[in-house]
Design a protein around this ligand. Structure first.
Ligand code: PLP
Length: 488
């Protein structure tokens, strides 16, 4: 169990030396007495080395891509090149203030302008807003745009949006948040949209359709043309959840094959940090007819000057975030795209797909795979064989992987595959590290046969053992996350 930084504290020990005071004024002369603390602040008294050891110690208890492979399906936990950090830390970017005059921000506006253009090119869309700060917020922006489009056309009878049963939970949640009824579409036996079912649920009241492509089974939705015809015939719009763009960028332009709107997850596909849940970026691209509804401002160029364009403010859905979104995140994505170039962007997708197929081939004799065909950038295996034979389930396997130095795959998602393990190695892993992960998975399959009890106990080597999920839900206490973690 970790000590807190306060428990390292020794009275009088110091890690900093403050510069001499330049003013004679006392704080109590400036700050009204009701805002002043009467007692000294309780701060840990530690040396710089104590503090470093404490935080490095904590970080080592965590898992991160620099420590080991992170095959969290759909989340695209690729390695983020450190040059992004180096450039983003430069004072010309890090010292900016969002209220600075446009004319003093020309370089940064150029970065945003170029990123808008590059993402539009990659997605085949007419224009891209960079404002949303997560994929989920991109979805919200996109569905608000669908809503604005229908309202502008007087399509007031449109009340529902179709979402496949393989979709990420944010999709139906977004539709509900904007006020639409969600109609669930079945997947067929090939793991794709069931077209007959789609025909039967789409009607005049359908406002749109949200589709992830490749879908969360790691399979390409190959009936796009037919889907687009069905939805567009009732004046519906097709939204692409672009979380899995890593598989197709540089190869397929969604805006050219029937999609009207797309969101990007820059923290997945474009190598910006996932952070601890943020800050991220979820830009949204749209086709020509939806341009009037994009959030304001857009970054535009006028001869040789970049500026913030509010010209469509009357029809816009408004702002979805302060200023321009998460600038430092957008900057990293810009560096990534420019360094790769068009060829490199395509190679990312090709290698992501090849790596996933190689890993699937290594595992297919050891784990059941419901849709065994060439996959895109990820595939969904499951633990049906292990469960049936040895009573070991996906949670046990995921926990055991932690003992072997790997992050677990995404588990129990998509919901349509029982005991799912959604595995995405990404393009940044080498053949050797993919093989090492496969070896660990195969070892676990062997352990299921030899010692299934061990798997029920896993993880054995991590700082926190298996948490009691039920207890965690019933007695939520986020301020003492380690207490009781090992209780049964
Ligand atoms: C990650 C993900 C989202 C949500 O994106 P966030 O950036 O986490 O908000 C939506 N759909 C799919 C398929 C995803 O994988």
């Amino acid at each position: 169990m970790s000590k807190t930084i306060f428990e390292h504290s020794i009275p009088g020990r110091k890690g900093v030396t403050l510069p001499p005071r330049e003013l004679d004024t006392q704080l109590k002369d400036i700050i009204p007495s009701e805002f002043l603390r009467n007692e000294p602040a309780r701060l840990p008294e530690v040396s710089e080395l104590d503090a470093m050891r404490h935080y490095i110690g904590l970080s080592r208890k965590n898992h991160f891509i620099e420590k080991g492979l992170y095959p969290l399906g759909s989340c695209t936990m690729k390695y983020n090149p450190k040059i992004h950090e180096k450039l983003a830390a430069k004072s010309c970017f890090s010292q900016l203030h969002p209220y600075q005059h446009e004319l003093t921000l020309q370089g940064s506006l150029e970065v945003l302008y170029e990123l808008q253009k590059d993402l539009a090119e990659i997605s085949g869309m007419a224009q891209v807003t960079l404002q949303p700060v997560a994929g989920a917020q991109g979805e919200f922006t996109g569905i608000k745009i669908i809503d604005a489009y229908h309202k502008a056309k007087g399509n007031l009878h449109k009340t529902k949006i179709v979402v496949p049963d393989s979709a990420h939970g944010t999709n139906p949640a977004t539709c509900a948040l904007v006020g639409y009824d969600v109609v669930e579409l079945r997947s067929d036996e090939r793991g794709r949209c069931d077209i007959e079912h789609l025909r039967s649920i789409v009607d005049e009241n359908t406002a749109g359709f949200m589709l992830t492509n490749p879908n969360t089974l790691g399979l390409f939705e190959d009936q796009l043309e037919e889907i687009a015809r069905i939805i567009h015939d009732v004046d519906g719009l097709i939204y692409m959840d672009g979380a899995n763009l890593n598989a197709i960028m540089g190869i397929v332009q969604p805006g050219k094959v029937g999609f009207d709107i797309i969101h990007f997850n820059l923290h997945k596909t474009f190598s910006t940090p996932h952070g601890g849940g943020g800050p991220g970026a979820g830009p949204v691209g749209v086709v020509e007819k939806l341009l009037p509804f994009l959030p304001v401002p857009m970054v535009a160029k006028d001869e040789d000057r970049y500026f913030l364009d509010y010209s469509h403010a009357d029809t816009s859905i408004g702002k979805v975030h302060s200023f321009y979104g998460n600038f430092a995140v957008l900057l990293r994505a810009h560096i990534y795209i420019k360094m790769l170039g068009p060829e490199g962007v395509r190679r990312v997708a090709e290698n992501a797909v090849i790596n996933a197929n190689y890993l699937m081939a290594l595992l297919k004799d050891h784990y059941h795979i419901q849709h065994l065909e060439y996959c895109m950038h990820e595939f969904v295996a499951d633990s049906l064989w292990q469960k049936k034979e040895y009573g070991v389930n996906t949670l046990d396997i995921a926990k055991r992987l932690l003992d072997k130095g790997f992050h677990a795959p995404t588990v129990y998602f998509p919901l349509i595959v029982p005991e799912a393990m959604m595995i995405e190695p990404t393009e940044t892993e080498s053949k050797q590290s993919i093989e090492a992960f496969a070896d660990a998975m195969i070892e676990i399959a062997q352990e299921c046969l030899e010692n299934p009890e061990l798997l029920k106990e896993a993880p054995l080597t991590t700082p926190v053992r298996r948490v009691d999920d039920v207890r965690a839900v019933k007695f939520l206490d986020v301020s003492h996350p380690f207490e009781g973690a090992q209780d049964k």
